[in-house]
Design a protein around this ligand. Structure first.
Ligand code: NAD
Length: 285
């Protein structure tokens, strides 16, 4: 099985910065790549913010120096060739645009050592949509994280029919060694496991409100009491952010999704109620 010691993360936005910091926190040598120095300056800010969050949220070992030590395991680069020269694994977390991702894999194929494994963190694209551009489909797969990875610490690992099983196992092992709970997905599926469950659940909740059957707080209460879950669907909407929920609903051709987008816009978004991030969404925080 390939050994993974050096990680390179492409893109240092919301998820890329978390993936890089989490691996550095667990002792991996991490290079974070982004397009220019301005983006890397932002990344520095994100990394020190994450160090503070790990301490304040009491991640094991963070207060004993690990949060600070993680920063020493992180190197920043705006030169793709330099960033991947020593990489055993490259995790790509660049914007969710097919052509942009394909372009970066084509460049990576030229620049990275032939042994380097490539993994995408894409939420909505299948690894099969990208594999040809990697030039190494046997060493390519998806590793999908959830936001706030230090607490919601799953990593869904999903290959294509071409992924070498030893590569799959190496990435599962990397996930485990970087503090994640690996979720091994046996067959390629849009939405992985998490979103295959969550999206229909949230849509069903939206439908109950739109049809006037129940209210967000009653639906959440039902779900919490009856299943023992800590949160109901509208509490989840508030965490995800109502702008994201609106964008996804508005982009869907389905009539129910369109109606939910309009409902979110009129009742929440136009009133500045965007969820937990603004202090109010379906609930006040
Ligand atoms: P983001 O917009 O916060 O960050 C994207 C980063 O990529 C930015 O720092 C940007 O400068 C950089 N970038 C742009 N073009 C680039 C290029 N050509 N090469 C390298 N870097 C480039 O995006 P995000 O929310 O972190 O999402 C990134 C990926 O992670 C997407 O595929 C998304 O589906 C996935 N994802 C996001 C979440 C989430 O909750 N935000 C959760 C799971 C997976």
């Amino acid at each position: 099985m390939p050994q993974i010691k050096n990680l390179t993360v492409l893109g240092t936005g919301v998820l890329g910065s978390q993936i890089a910091y989490q691996a550095a926190f667990h002792g991996f040598a991490v290079t974070a790549y982004d397009i220019d120095d301005a983006a890397l300056e932002k990344a520095k800010g994100r990394f020190s913010q994450l160090a503070g969050i790990y301490v304040s949220q009491k991640v094991a070992g963070a207060a004993d120096g690990k949060a600070e030590a993680a920063l020493d395991n992180l190197r920043l680069s705006a030169d793709l060739g330099d960033a991947v020269a020593e990489a055993d694994l490259v995790i790509e977390a660049v914007p969710e645009m097919m052509e942009l991702k394909r372009d970066i894999y084509r460049r990576l194929a030229e620049l990275a050592p032939s042994t380097t494994i490539f993994a995408t963190n894409s939420s909505t694209l299948l690894p099969s949509d990208l594999k040809e551009s990697t030039g190494r489909p046997d060493r390519f797969l998806a590793i999908h994280y959830a936001n706030n990875i230090w607490v919601q610490n799953i990593a869904e690992v999903m290959g294509t029919a071409d992924t070498d099983p030893a590569v799959f196992d190496a990435v599962v092992e990397f996930a485990r060694n970087s503090g994640m709970e690996p979720i091994e997905i046996a067959k390629e599926k849009a939405g992985y496991v998490l979103n295959s469950l969550l999206v229909p659940f949230l849509n069903a909740a939206a439908g109950l409100v739109l049809q006037g059957i129940s209210s967000p707080d009653m639906i959440d209460k039902t779900w919490r009491i009856a299943t023992g879950a800590p949160t109901g669907p509208f509490q989840i909407f508030d965490v995800v952010g109502l702008t994201t929920a609106y964008n996804i609903s508005a982009a869907s051709p389905d009539a129910g999704s369109q109606a939910f987008a309009a409902y979110l816009k009129d009742n929440y978004i136009d009133k500045g109620k965007l969820g937990v991030s603004t202090g109010e969404g379906f609930y006040k925080y």
